[in-house]
Design a protein. Structure first.
Length: 386
């Protein structure tokens, strides 16, 4: 299955049996629900073509999905969180990511493991290839149960890994004051190429081919991958816990209320919902966004305007009235200030621009890679002759 989109905002609400987007139009936090036991997403960022390509692989039969985006304005995915734990592994290049309000930069061999409910955002402003592996709680428990050894008396015991801390009872709560992620920095990049990446290639290939017994093989490969992450000769390990202050919680609550109402909420209503006066709320919003509460509210109203322009046939004057703008000229000005083009241009812009001459679709390369021996992720980024 191959799908082309102009920009990430047009990502459908549901992609096959793999992904469901909740709060899809949110600029503060989209929530992704991953439906299969695990989901592997190969991402290839090509800024010179303004393209980013996705290959989704799951254990569900015939579930491979290829997505190719031509970005209209900027190259970034919206801020989002998951109902699963996510592993990010950089195969090549350099990738920039925001976790909550902090910027992190990754290079070849870096691995980041993010717990559920942590907001994060990837930027496709550099050349990179990466694997994003999302794993359900149930499948994690199966990995742990499979990660065992035997004592001399033949009794079985479970091995302990740093990553298994993520599924301890306290960390499974949906309390955002408990947000943990792990960062693994490679010590020896040659070990990454020889020992780590071949395991990831094997996980991808086993999942694609789905031969008898492949799930047991995949479970074993994940435990081997986690054991390499724990190897202090290969990786340096760091743990980060993101605790929200009282001001951060207020700002998050304000943002969620503005999202759910599409910006159509009065100061008095905010005061009643949050139990703080509007002047205090305004100071908190200014601290975290650099904007007044009024200007911050406009972000959510304009996001709704963009959605209506791209996804409905409501005429622009109706949108102006519906969202409470003073007049069309003012709406045109603030919209263009935000998105770089006018509302009319947004509505009439083409779904896909022309590609460069040297562009080869990921769909074609995927088929070529599967037909060759020694499958590897590198074959997904080569540009073979058509």
């Amino acid at each position: 299955m191959k799908i082309n989109y102009r920009n990430i905002a047009e990502f459908p609400k549901k992609i096959g049996e793999n992904l469901v987007y909740h709060n899809k139009n949110s600029s503060f936090n989209q929530i992704l629900e991953i439906l299969p036991p695990y989901l592997i997403t190969f991402e290839n960022s090509i800024p010179k073509n303004e393209y980013v390509q996705f290959l989704n692989i799951t254990p569900i039969k015939s579930s491979e999905i290829i997505l190719e985006y031509k970005f209209l304005n900027g190259i970034k995915i919206p801020m989002h969180s998951h109902n699963m734990i996510e592993i990010i592994f950089i195969l090549s290049g350099n990738m920039k990511q925001y976790i909550e309000d902090k910027e992190y930069n990754y290079s070849i061999g870096d691995c980041c493991i993010i717990n559920k409910n942590i907001r994060h955002q990837e930027h496709f402003s550099t050349d990179f290839c990466a694997l994003f592996i999302d794993i359900s709680e149930d499948f994690y428990y199966k990995i742990i149960q499979n990660d065992c050894s035997f004592k001399s008396n033949r009794s079985k015991y479970l091995n302990k890994r740093k990553i298994y801390k993520l599924i301890e009872k306290d960390n499974l709560k949906t309390d955002w004051s408990k947000r943990i992620f792990f960062y693994y920095k490679p010590i020896n990049k040659e070990d990454i190429k020889i020992k780590v990446i071949p395991i990831l290639d094997s996980i991808m290939l086993e999942t694609i081919k789905k031969e008898p017994g492949y799930l047991m093989v995949v479970l074993g490969l994940f435990t081997r991958f986690f054991s390499l992450l724990d190897n202090e000769d290969i990786y340096k390990f760091e743990q980060y816990e993101l605790n929200l202050s009282s001001h951060e919680k207020i700002f998050s609550e304000v943002s969620h209320l503005l999202e759910s109402t599409k910006g159509k909420i009065s100061r008095k209503e905010l005061e009643e919902k949050i139990n703080y006066n509007s002047e205090y709320i305004n100071r908190v919003v200014k601290k975290f966004s650099g904007m007044t509460l009024l200007n911050y509210t406009k972000i959510f109203i304009l996001a709704e305007a963009r959605y209506l322009l791209e996804n409905t046939d409501i005429n622009i004057l109706e949108i102006v009235e519906k969202l409470g703008f003073k007049n069309r000229n003012y709406f045109n000005k603030v919209f263009k200030d935000k998105y770089g083009i006018s509302p009319s241009e947004m509505r009439t812009s083409k779904c896909m621009n022309e590609t460069s001459e040297d562009y080869v679709s990921l769909e074609y390369r995927y088929e070529v890679a599967l037909n060759e021996s020694n499958f590897s992720w590198e074959k997904l980024i080569k540009y073979p002759d058509k």
